[in-house]
Design a protein around this ligand. Sequence first.
Ligand code: GLV
Length: 331
Amino acid sequence: MSRPKVFVARRIPNVGLDRIAAAAEVDVWPDRLPPPAAVLRERVAGCDGLVSLLTDRVDAGLLDAAPQLRVVSNFAVGFNNVDVPACSARGVCVGNTPGVLTDATADIAVTLLLAAARRLGECATDAREGRWVTWEPLGWLGQDLIGRTLGIVGMGRIGAATARRLHHGWGMKILYTARSPKDDAERELGAHRVDFDTLLAESDFVSVHADLNPTTNRLFGADEFRKMKRTAVFVNTSRGPLVDQAALAGALRNGTIFAAGLDVTDPEPLPPEHELFHLPNCVIAPHVASATVGTRDAMARLCAENLLAGLRGDPLPHWVNPDVAGRQRPR
Ligand code: GLV
């Protein structure tokens, strides 16, 4: 039997690429930028497998152009770029990479929280640009962390890892919202599940870890920022569209909240002229939460395992649509 054909939509670490290449005929998109949609469709057309990134839209049109496709292995934990029902309807398996990026992402959430609370972006820029004229008793005053209250929106793996760092490290009290109670977080961290409005009103820091779906789209708008404390710090490491950015910019500009730290925006990249980049109380990272050597290697390994399992017709180690079991598209 001929080797299966796989399109890999960007260079990923060799630990994953080499595994895929050992079992399949691989076409790797070599550019830094993603393949345009029409090119992606063309390149996937004759393929059995696809390694996609969060920048690659996998929709019904692409699936219809690829009648042999059996598995989409997304190199990310989030899979809002993939139309999962459309994949399931065609017997196409979808995999993702949860777990391995939990610690790296929680580390970035804490980094952004600290940077925003202590005005690091603003004061480092001021220092570099000559506005550090002396030691000032009233200069660059930020927010304390010890013993304050952290509100986690979405207490999944990453939300819990962020809460753990801030509870054990800074003695923070933890509030959270989630679809169901999280017994482990309640036991280990004394976390309290509260309604969304209570979380907004009582938290000194609000960190977002919910996935993007129709119910979380624009979850944070002007009303939500108004319900937060004027000293609150807002952190988002999930997906940009959860936030109405015009409302966030207004809240930061008017002092409705104290500061924000973002690893995700809408769109990505955010144009350099966007107001959020010009507000001194907003720290923005270019979606780097999982960007450590070890984490990206682990993602590549898992992504390859998902892909190869899907090509063999086996269950995927991390299977987004296990409902496809027993009716996977045959070779
Ligand atoms: C990154 O945002 C991911 O979903 O892995």
